[in-house]
Design a protein. Structure first.
Length: 353
């Protein structure tokens, strides 16, 4: 396989939390035409810094996936299509992008998405090395090897898994737990007939993409009704995550943790509370960590302004419960009792656990 910078080991002192300021999409206010909070990733990091969980030099800097990296999954024909601005406009659902010169589209839209994709690939190896990893971006689950859509231009979940299968000793089985409000038809198409990959997908059955062909790849399908609420949702997630991990023993869990299940999301159509989302992530991490299975989490969809705070709260909760491993990164030892601060910030959650 080709050499890739994405698999160079980061300093041992870092948390396996992957991010780059290049994740954020900003240009001329065009991003406001999409319900997406195009700066959500940076906001998550800022909240975690405010809570003293992380600092810039304590997280892993994501690198952009190169064409050579992307070709591990994507067809050359598909990557060439992205050189047409109108194709990117269709995929990102931001129509005015069609009228921008492609060099602007490459720099302002596709480079952030390629950097998030690089971040997911890096987080795959980190998860195997450290037991867990979180890419603060990524989760482009509607993109397959030769087709993008639904804001997803690169198949980062497929890429992360293929990289692990090809380059990391001892990783030959993967489970995808996709809990974004939408069906993850991209990775489903990519792994349609691959017995090494087990897919669990819980989604609103009435919304985009409604990809009947891709559904054949789902081993555990949890189809939800409009307006599903916490109680029913968390019970189903718990039952099916446990069932999935008992049925198939993977070497890695890739967890697509979309927050578009949040009550009021204009696209998701479900009614889960912020506390319900925090609890959901806890259920998945508990199930994987208790079985000693490394878990890679990506943040995927989530289209409201309050989403970033919820993702940050969820990561703080996982840390306060010891689900991220109890050890602190070595280079953080100078901080004034980091654990104490995290414990304080986690007190809001005592009503959840």
């Amino acid at each position: 396989p080709h050499r890739t910078e994405l698999y160079e080991d980061p300093p041992l002192g870092c948390w396996p939390i992957v991010y780059s300021p290049d994740y954020n999409i900003t240009f001329m206010g065009l991003e406001k035409l999409h319900p997406f909070d195009a700066g959500k990733w940076g906001k998550v990091i800022n909240f975690l810094k405010e809570e003293k969980l992380i600092a810039d030099d304590l997280i892993v800097q994501a690198r952009e996936a190169t064409d050579e990296d992307l070709l591990v999954v994507h067809t050359r024909r598909y990557l060439n299509k992205l050189k047409w601005s109108f194709v990117v406009a269709t995929i990102t659902e931001i129509p005015p992008v069609a009228f921008l010169p492609n060099f602007v589209v490459q720099r302002k839209v596709l480079k952030p998405l390629r950097t998030q994709t690089g971040g997911t690939i890096m987080a795959g190896k980190l998860a195997v090395d450290r037991g867990w990893a979180i890419n603060v971006g990524g989760g482009f689950h509607h993109c397959s090897s030769d087709k993008g859509g639904g804001f997803c231009a690169y198949a980062d979940i497929t890429l992360a898994i293929k990289f692990l299968f090809e380059r990391v000793q001892g990783v030959s089985r993967a489970t995808i737990i996709d809990l974004d409000a939408h069906q993850g038809n991209g990775h489903e198409r990519d792994f349609m007939d691959d017995p090494r990959v087990y897919i669990m997908d819980a989604y609103n059955r009435y919304i985009y993409p409604g990809d009947g062909f891709a559904k054949r790849a789902i081993k555990r399908k949890v189809e939800l009704e409009w307006g599903t609420e916490d109680m029913e949702y968390l019970q189903k997630v718990h039952t099916h995550v446990e069932g999935a991990l008992n049925e198939f023993k993977p070497d890695i869990v890739v967890y697509n943790a979309g927050t578009d299940i949040l009550d009021g999301d204009p696209l998701g159509g479900l009614a889960i509370s912020p506390q319900g989302i925090v609890k959901r992530d806890e259920v998945v991490f508990r199930a994987a960590r208790s079985r000693g299975i490394p878990v890679l989490m990506v943040t995927s969809g989530g289209y409201q302004k309050r989403t970033a705070r919820i993702i940050a709260d969820s990561i703080l909760n996982l840390h306060s419960l010891g689900l991220l491993g109890r050890e602190r990164p070595a280079c953080a030892l100078g901080s004034p009792s980091l654990d104490q601060m995290v414990t304080d910030s986690a007190k809001d959650f005592s009503n959840l656990s």
